[in-house]
Design a protein around this ligand. Structure first.
Ligand SMILES: Cc1cc2nc3c(=O)[nH]c(=O)nc-3n(C[C@H](O)[C@H](O)[C@H](O)COP(=O)(O)OP(=O)(O)OC[C@H]3O[C@@H](n4cnc5c(N)ncnc54)[C@H](O)[C@@H]3O)c2cc1C
Length: 421
């Protein structure tokens, strides 16, 4: 029987879970240290893409061999704050071990299971709510300098094709028709139909949260310091107050490690720091989002602005944003749209929550079944948010057994203990 549920975290994962639980009849409270849609959330600043074809993890085959060169190349979209390396290694080593062809193929299939119906899931979550106006459907393109560049990603392309994502191809003439302002450096694209995007991800989360509270849900602002297990688990706030519920849901994104301690061991979520530039009143509005493949950022037509978002930087949760990723985005954007002008630009850095196997943690705590984990959406956390939210509601009702399977909490590689391989 639905009872009380406390969701910690009001990003896309937490708000989706809260809406699903509420629609299932639970009395739901969401708590977050910031308001839903706040720039401090990763859900605020992403590229807005509902990337159902983005099934290949960053730890794609061969990454371990390319990584050193990428880190030394100032034009590569991979950055590392070297002082952070000792803290990163316990996560980085198993992450790289997952880039063998066999593991990458398995992980790709497991990601594809979560992304396949993402546009439908967003449509049903947002239907009839103030969030629906931010949802668009359309094509998604990967834009390359040349067909040869596309073909050099043969292994990644094959992994996608194995999941049913075989693109149409656009040559320079077709690209010019679609994106007339595209710079001459780009001559080829792989086009995937039936995608979607959110034209203001922060406003979308805020609108879903408004729907949740107008539907009887409660939102509290506060910081949770610890969570204690039990038949009715408790969340202890930093100010000493506590909240009790029949189910507590951890939807705390990149900040999950201190709260997520299945079997007394901390989880191993790392921040893949990402950057965006949002250009307001831009003179160019592309027909639909596209990924600039060599620079690894997505350009998305938003509600009144154009956003370029991407880059991976390892540097943890505490360090401030670095300047180099912004400079790189700016420089590469000039090649993408040489004639781009805009009235003002907003800069942002956020934290993608990523486990070493690039799969989310979704399920009951092995030692505390009334604590449900829901984080680790990495580069596709917006895409799969409603899916994870629906899974939380299934688990809370006991309709889905999360003790086994690829996304289970406490699986191998989940904790910082040495990974046996
Ligand atoms: C540059 C960039 C581009 C991206 N582009 C895309 C894209 O196009 N498509 C896509 O699908 N995904 C994309 N992503 C990834 C996506 O944004 C994230 O995976 C997703 O937003 C994660 O959502 P979340 O709800 O799990 O985490 P968040 O949105 O970070 O929410 C977690 C919340 O938990 C709260 N919290 C944490 N700890 C506590 C605590 N102790 N007490 C109280 N509150 C707490 C935080 O304040 C925060 O509000 C991108 C990410 C980046 C950085």
């Amino acid at each position: 029987m639905p009872d009380t549920a406390l969701v910690i975290g009001a990003g896309i994962t937490g708000i989706s879970a809260a809406c699903s639980l509420r629609r299932d009849g639970w009395r739901v409270t969401v708590i977050d240290r910031v308001a839903p849609g706040d720039p401090a959330q990763t859900s605020f600043g992403n590229a807005g893409l509902l990337a159902r074809s983005a099934v290949v993890p960053v730890s794609e085959p061969g990454l371990w061999a390319r990584m050193p060169r990428m880190l030394l190349d100032p034009s590569s979209p991979l950055f590392l704050r070297y002082a952070y390396l000792p803290r990163l290694l316990p996560w980085l080593l198993p992450f790289l071990r997952n880039s063998t062809p066999a593991r990458a193929a398995r992980i790709t299939a497991q990601i594809a299971e979560l992304t396949c119906d993402s546009v439908d899931r967003h449509q049903s979550l947002a239907a009839g709510t103030p969030a629906a106006k931010y949802l668009r459907t359309g094509d998604y393109a990967y834009v390359y300098r040349s067909r040869a560049d596309y073909q050099s990603n043969a292994r990644t392309n094959a992994l996608k094709a194995a999941q049913g994502y075989a693109p149409d191809y656009l040559d320079r003439a077709a690209l010019e028709k679609r994106f007339p302002d595209l710079g001459p450096a780009y001559g080829f694209a792989a086009l995937y139909p039936d995608h979607g995007w959110i034209t203001d991800p922060g406003a979308y989360v805020a609108a879903l949260a408004r729907h949740f509270t107008s539907n009887g849900g409660r939102f509290l602002q506060g910081e949770i310091a610890t969570v204690t297990a039990g038949p009715r688990p408790r969340a202890i706030l930093a100010n000493g107050e506590s909240l009790e519920a029949a189910k507590i849901i951890l939807a705390t994104g990149a900040w999950s490690n201190p709260l997520a301690r299945p079997n007394g061991q901390t989880a191993r979520v790392e921040s893949e720091r990402g950057y965006h530039l949002s250009m307001h009143d831009a003179n160019i509005t592309p027909a639909h989002p596209f990924m600039v493949a060599d620079a690894q950022f997505v350009v998305t037509p938003m509600n009144g602005f154009l956003r370029a978002a991407g880059i991976v930087e390892f540097g943890g949760l505490q360090a401030p944003a670095s300047q180099a990723p912004f400079d790189l985005l700016k420089k590469q954007l000039k090649q993408v749209f040489p004639t781009l002008t805009f009235a003002r630009v907003e800069k942002w850095m956020g934290h993608r929550p990523t486990l070493p196997d690039s799969l989310p943690a979704i399920g009951e705590s092995p030692d505390a079944p009334n604590i449900i984990h829901a984080y680790g959406g990495q580069h596709i956390g917006l895409t799969i948010g409603p899916r994870l939210g629906a899974m939380v509601a299934e688990i809370a009702r006991g309709r889905w057994n999360s003790d086994t399977g690829a996304y289970r909490v406490g699986r191998r590689g989940f904790h910082p203990a040495p990974d046996s391989g």
